[in-house]
Design a protein around this ligand. Structure first.
Ligand code: URP
Ligand code: ZN
Ligand code: ZN
Length: 472
């Protein structure tokens, strides 16, 4: 049946205007003031914004990590995402050295199949480059539609790849039309500082932050930018947490390099002091890169505002406090890194960003959806409200207030890092390809409804002009 969203205010990355949206066969069929078919179900969006569904470019669902497995899988994770206004996730498919990429991708398909309630795609981790990997990459892009690769510059002896691997991945990505994503921290120096701290008897969560100083994120970010320049390729730096990394990204972009940056809600509103909470509660706030001193937050907000950083990912990587974070009670290096953020990504950016005048409404949509769709080969199917686009829509009431709490969130974990935080604005109903996933704040979706997204190659909406100046 057709659906007509009436009386809402449509917000895209470019416009804010009153119009009705007609949905037919899962797509946006018409937008206008006098769209009134007699056979459509009417959905009243009075007083609400109608946003394109959020796209989360950075999730780790059902991922083995730190001696355990993330608590949210593709079912609980995507349900929570939908409650938060996200209608697409791009998850990281891990690979193992010596194992065919196809096997890793199949494993990830099996994790998602029958579970996801919204659409999803995969990025592919590159842990080594050899003839086997190089021969598989064209298939990964052409047949699987996986057009972004991830290289870890940290997590020594676990995920970390060396600079040669990063450079060769950048070169291959340029040839094949893929975007290379990096976790930019200097893993070798962190490994040394960590061992030194433990040898001195420092086992508490705060030492996770103290052994990963922002200089090491800045250094790795700068190194990745230099290698991108050398390979004449393209780079997306995930979870940027500090001024030092922003500076390197801005410097590269000013040179005309094709470098993009993502930050995450936790770095915008939480700070390093949280790791010092008593009774081991600091473990709830262990991320890599770590939370930083508070002054970095304003640098990140300014970078989002002036376009030096372009996107917001959740880096959803959730572990229970009890039984999982607790693995590191006697040794901070054993605390599984990451947190539950997928549900509150949009709320925090809207409340702390738009409501507080740090970014505009259009920027909010660009940062959480449109730019991500453009960078990761999903635009204009996803990421905007336009005739022909998928009807992935969020009806968002900007005036309600709610308090974030583990008591009410939909993630499968036993704590929320933003517990007690008041946020303005809330998704009321969320549609994926024209079907309600959340209706009037109640889940009405179906596990298995979410479709796998084959993505287009990098570059269609991110073209450099002749002077190598960025044009979007
Ligand atoms: O602490 C984090 N960020 N955990 C998830 C894995 C990663 O590095 O992105
Ligand atoms: Zn990372
Ligand atoms: Zn991550």
């Amino acid at each position: 049946m057709k659906k007509l969203i009436k009386n809402g205010t449509i917000v895209t990355a470019a416009d804010v205007y009153h119009a009705d949206v007609l949905i037919e066969d899962g797509k946006i069929a018409a937008i206008g003031e006098h769209v009134s078919p007699h056979d459509a179900e009417i959905i009243d969006a009075k007083g609400c914004y109608v946003f394109p569904g959020g796209i989360d470019p950075h999730t780790h669902l059902d991922m083995p990590f730190g001696g355990t497995v993330t608590k949210d899988d593709f079912q609980s994770g995507t349900i929570a995402a939908a409650f938060g206004g996200t209608t697409t996730v791009i998850d990281f498919c891990l690979t193992n050295k010596g194992e065919p990429l196809a096997k890793a991708i199949e494993t990830w398909h099996n994790k998602a199949k029958g579970k996801a309630v919204i659409d999803y795609g995969f990025h592919l981790m590159i842990s080594e480059i050899n003839d086997d990997v190089l021969s598989e990459l064209p298939k990964v892009i052409e047949e699987e539609g996986i057009t972004s690769f991830k290289v870890f510059m940290a997590y020594k002896n676990v995920f970390q790849a060396d600079d040669g691997t990063l450079y060769r991945t950048l070169s291959a990505a340029k040839q094949l039309g893929a975007l290379v994503m990096v976790h930019a921290e200097n893993g070798d120096v962190i490994d040394y500082l960590t061992k030194q701290a433990l040898a001195e008897g420092h086992t508490e969560p705060i030492y996770h932050a103290l052994t990963r100083p922002p200089e090491l994120e800045g250094e790795a970010t700068g190194r990745a930018c230099q290698l991108t320049q050398l390979a004449d390729s393209q780079l997306y730096v995930v979870h940027v947490s500090c001024a030092q990394a922003v500076e390197k990204i801005a410097e590269a972009r000013n040179k005309g390099l094709n470098v993009w940056g993502e930050t995450c809600p936790q770095y915008l509103v939480l700070d390093q002091s949280y790791l010092e909470k008593p009774n081991f509660e600091g473990a709830k706030y262990v991320w890599s890169p770590p939370l930083r001193e508070k002054w970095h937050q304003e640098v990140l907000w300014n970078a989002l505002k002036n376009g030096q950083l372009q996107t917001l990912g959740s880096d959803q990587c959730s572990f229970d406090f009890k039984g999982q974070k607790e693995l590191g009670r006697d040794d901070f290096t054993k605390i599984p890194n990451g947190g539950p953020i997928i549900e509150d990504r949009l709320s925090i950016l809207f409340s702390e960003g738009v409501k507080k005048g740090r970014i505009t409404l259009n920027q909010f949509v660009d940062i959480t959806s449109t730019r991500i769709a453009k960078l990761f080969g999903l635009f204009p199917k996803k990421g905007t409200i336009a005739v022909g686009s998928d009807a992935d829509l969020v009806i968002f009431d900007p005036n309600v207030e709610r308090v974030i709490s583990a008591e009410t969130h939909h993630m499968a974990v036993d704590y929320n890092p933003f517990e007690g935080m008041k946020v303005a604005g809330e998704p009321i109903s969320v549609l994926s390809r024209g079907e309600f996933v959340v209706r009037d704040k109640v889940f009405v979706g179906k596990p298995g409804y979410g479709q796998y997204l084959k993505r287009e190659k990098y570059g269609k909406y991110t073209v450099l002009n002749e002077n190598k100046k960025l044009t979007i």
